[in-house]
Design a protein around this ligand. Structure first.
Ligand code: PLP
Length: 407
């Protein structure tokens, strides 16, 4: 009989994973990117070059750069942030992490305790919400419009918390191509957020994971760049531009906070070979790579919108994406996307149900997030057609002539 671990599990080991059973044929789930756009040849050359010229540095934890990660990559990130986001920082204010998820964990570990409260966009990245749940942190959702988090509602939420004698630990925001709504917050609103943060004396945690993926190539200055009193913590990643499986993200914070974050990164450094390869590949190639990537993603976004229009017609509402890899879709109220999720999966179509991507899950069961980054255009077309069939079977939506009313 196998040894029984169940009775030994700690209080944090409450959830149970299922073994990986492969990807479904129509995969609209997760933050995965387009496989053909991974710059395989150039990365292969970079691997060969760095391993031959700098490979012996792998003998040391942290290479020659210490605990914050490979210095040449941190220097590249500083140059890139200056050029693209108007952020002026030094390599000492950058920490390389195992994806921006580790950056998020470190910020949370540094600032949050059970019972704390934070504010965030009411539709949000599920990975952010589950992390806060796991720490026992309460989150207040602030509704968005097409320009991102609404500042009148943020003001109201802050004022209500203040009246209740509660001070939030931070405002978490994804201002540039918000996940899942795809909104981009204009500069004026970013400045308003800073003004509110100042008035209530709280920090802002800016997650700029998709910042390089606006289809126009233009983006507003980062909130970090607009801040003048060091109240913003920032994270970014190469997951959405180069490859998520590399697990290279970064955290940017003023040294007064960074100095408290560093002792909490207890993994002896994130993967060094990936950092060395990116430091070799990115300086001469990043801009061109992103430039090539944007039309590919835009074509996929267009294909998804077209397929939804064709197969769901007026039964769906969405804002046409201006960047990124997601579409946030609203269906008629009688559609329960938790149920649709299972029925669609049985037919090989994976979607993200709205309940998991919102603070008020029960009010958003008729919404879903579709990732167009991963499936090919052909699979986008076929997958949406299949999804419409399943949705019709389950809910009588989309309306088709001869439609019977269904629950
Ligand atoms: C808003 C947001 N933040 C962070 C992450 C995590 O990305 P990474 O692969 O850099 O850990 C994601 C991934 O989808 C995301 O959507």
């Amino acid at each position: 009989m196998a040894f029984e671990f169940k009775s030994l599990l700690s209080a944090t080991a409450t959830t149970k994973a299922e073994p990986f059973s492969g990807y479904p044929p129509y995969h609209f789930v997760g933050g995965n990117i387009d496989e053909p756009t991974v710059p395989v040849e150039a990365l292969a050359n970079a691997v060969g070059k760095v391993i031959r010229t700098e490979g012996h540095n792998l003998a040391k934890y942290g290479l020659n750069s210490g605990p914050q990660g490979h210095l040449p990559l941190r220097k590249f990130i500083c140059d890139c942030l200056k050029k693209r986001s108007e952020i002026a920082v030094k390599p000492e204010e950058v920490l390389l992490t195992s994806g921006s998820l580790q950056a998020m964990d470190l910020v949370n570990q540094t600032l949050l305790s059970e019972g704390d409260v934070v504010l965030l966009e009411a539709a949000n990245y599920a990975g952010t919400l589950t992390r806060l749940d796991a720490i026992g942190v309460e989150y207040v959702g602030v509704e968005l419009d097409s320009d991102g988090m609404r500042m009148d509602l943020l003001d109201r939420a802050l004022s209500e918390l203040a009246k209740a004698g509660r001070k939030p630990k931070y405002v978490y925001t994804i201002p540039t191509i918000q996940n899942p709504t795809g909104s981009v917050m204009p500069v004026e609103r970013r400045l308003e957020m800073l003004t509110l943060a100042k008035a209530y004396n709280i920090p802002i945690f800016e997650d700029d994971c998709y910042a390089d993926l606006t289809f126009s190539g233009e983006r507003p200055a980062a909130i970090y760049a607009l801040d003048n009193d060091q109240r913003v913590v920032y994270c970014g990643t190469f997951s959405k531009t180069i490859a998520p499986a590399l697990r290279v993200g970064y955290l940017v914070a003023p040294w007064q906070l960074m100095s408290h974050i560093l002792p909490l990164k207890t993994d002896a450094g994130s993967g060094a070979l990936e950092q060395m390869v990116l430091a070799e590949y990115l300086p001469g190639n990043f801009d061109d790579h992103v430039c090539d990537l944007l039309p590919v993603l835009k074509a996929k976004a267009d294909a998804l919108c077209l397929a939804l229009d064709e197969h769901f017609g007026a039964s769906v509402a969405y804002e046409k994406p201006v960047g990124g890899i997601y579409l946030w879709v609203t269906l008629p109220e009688n559609v329960d996307t938790d149920r649709l999720f299972q029925a669609a999966l049985d037919q090989g179509v994976a979607i993200n149900p709205g309940s998991q991507w919102t603070v008020d899950g029960s009010a958003n069961k008729h919404r879903m997030r579709l990732c167009f980054g991963h499936p090919s255009i052909d699979n986008i077309r076929k997958g949406v057609a299949k999804l419409a069939d399943v949705c019709f079977e389950e809910f009588g939506v989309p309306f088709r002539s001869g439609n019977i009313e269904r629950g």
